[in-house]
Design a protein around this ligand. Structure first.
Ligand SMILES: [Zn+2]
Length: 275
């Protein structure tokens, strides 16, 4: 078994033997230290990170207050998507929310390597699409859904991305991540705790019943799961069938907020006749 197959990172697990032979010598295993910034806004991106353990937040600055989370990556993904998409800087800050480890590669070496790795590059582009969907859906979710729903969705996403039921986050750090008051987070956590979905232990949260917690989340969580689940499987033929199965399942799982596709006579969301 190659080293890539023993990696916890879902993207690296998908390397073919030939691709692993090319990429692996360029990767360096590094520690992820909590609260350390690994990418500053508007500065050249030096490295791309494939996360083995831990969580990395992408933070967006909006005005003079604290920045708000715009993306979250764990073992399913990578940090440094702008490099994949041809940019050399990012508008956002990447900060380590949960300590762990990652394989890192210099940005120029990454670009050079993936230009000759069709299978892996294709998978990374699908991951980029998934991350974009997650970010845009989160923005909509923040506007329309309750804090209970948003917090349940975030906790379930974090659990999936770090592969652990125990999430070492205080109510205060969750309030910064979600851009809300700590008292509001405390109320939500108590609500979930009294209903047996999670348990608060010191400065950590243990999700003891993910299904129950999922019942308090919004449709965004199920929609994103349908988009992201195929990426948790290996690349190749499995992807298409897994994607089809996941999307087929949206209706069955009761995600009732998807509007029917508009017909030729339908009214656009802005009120004017379509077409
Ligand atoms: Zn939502």
């Amino acid at each position: 078994m190659g080293s890539h197959a023993r990696s916890r990172n879902r993207l690296l697990q998908s390397l073919t033997e030939a691709e692993a032979h090319r990429l692996w010598p360029l990767l360096e295993l590094v520690p992820l230290v909590a609260r350390r910034v690994i990418q500053y806004p508007m500065l050249p991106i030096r490295h791309v990170f494939f996360i083995e353990r831990g969580l990395v937040s992408t933070l967006a600055k909006v005005g003079p207050g604290r920045p708000v989370e715009a993306g979250l990556a764990g073992r399913e993904g990578m940090v440094g998507l702008p490099v994949l998409l041809g940019a050399s800087v990012s508008l956002h800050t990447s900060i380590i929310q949960l300590a762990g480890t990652a394989y890192r590669i210099e940005a120029a070496a990454f670009c050079n390597a993936i230009s000759q790795m069709g299978n892996f590059r294709s998978l990374l582009l699908r991951y980029a699409h998934s991350a974009w969907v997650e970010s845009s859906q989160s923005a909509a979710c923040n506007l329309r859904h309750t804090l209970n729903q948003r917090l349940a969705r975030w906790l379930l996403a974090a659990r999936e991305k770090c592969g652990d039921d125990r999430l070492p986050f205080s109510n205060e750090s969750l309030s910064h991540i979600l851009g809300v008051r700590r008292a509001s987070v405390s109320q939500c956590i108590s609500f979930f705790e009294h209903r047996g979905a999670l348990r608060k232990t010191g400065r950590a949260i243990e999700i003891c019943d993910p299904e129950r917690l999922s019942a308090f989340s919004c449709g965004c969580q199920r929609l994103l799961g349908a988009v992201q689940r195929p990426l948790l499987l290996r690349a190749g033929g499995l992807f298409q069938s897994a994607c089809a199965q996941s999307c087929d399942g949206i209706e069955n799982r009761g995600w009732d907020e998807i509007d029917a596709p508009p017909g030729p006579e339908s009214v656009s969301p802005w009120g004017a006749r379509a077409g």
